[in-house]
Write a protein that binds this ligand. Sequence first.
Ligand code: ATR
Length: 279
Amino acid sequence: MNLTGRAEVYGVIGYPVKHSLSPVFQNSAFSYLGIEAVYVPFEVKPGDLKEAVLGLKKAGVRGLNVTVPHKESVLEIADRLSEDVKAIGASNTLVLSEEGIEAYNTDWLGFLKAVEEIVSLEGRRVLLLGAGGSARAVAYALKCKNCRVYVWNRTYERAERLAESFGLEPVESPEKALKDVEIIINTTSVGLDGKGTLFDYTLIEPEHTVIDLIYTDTPLIRTAREKGCLYQNGFPMLVYQGAESFRIWTGCEPPLKVMKRALLPYGYPTDSPRTLSKT
Ligand code: ATR
């Protein structure tokens, strides 16, 4: 669509941000709905966060997604925090206006909506791998669905802290919980380079459902595919968290099918009929 001086500006702030695929599907959604808006990446170094966000607000930018490493530090510059942000301790969505900066979190809801495309989470037994920022949003979502969650992290103390915040059960090794769980979720960065494992993946059973927040093909996802498990990589969550941000900014129903299709050339999975099923 042609942009005039009336165009609204949205974006994503992160460091690095060049790998981000959010501009791809957010712009396709604006265009599809005929909204005169553009979504751009802003590479902002950690020390420049406050100045950058306040400057973008002054320049009339209407909304921002927030990604690594700013999701927690952005809370300090927000004027209002949603209840989800307070509980999770991180924000991935800002609304900038005359009234100030509002911080929201759509990661947890994006996670729920994505995973519930393939499996119902209510009351499930889950092994959560990792205890960083992403794990906090996932833990919050899982507790909303009354899951029994075992959490393992390389640094055990961090798993203990996460467990305490959300009522989870820390375990000293993933293997200890594997037989007791139905769903395995990786929130760590292990596997991002296509290599690296967190435990002996031959122990994964076909009955396990496997979720990886990473959207490239990881050894965990490859194992799940080979074993015939139900599985999902990070692409659907990427779209759903962005779709919820889109809803907050525009008040419009996000065109999910359009967003997903925009990501097909970038590797959005087509190997499960369920991944593209919803509009
Ligand atoms: P994010 O916001 O993406 O979750 P983060 O808060 O830095 O990022 O958390 C990264 C997670 O990946 C942590 O759980 C981290 O484990 P530690 O707490 O022990 O650092 C995990 N992680 C990163 N590299 C890892 C590795 N090589 N082996 C195991 N876990 C790893």
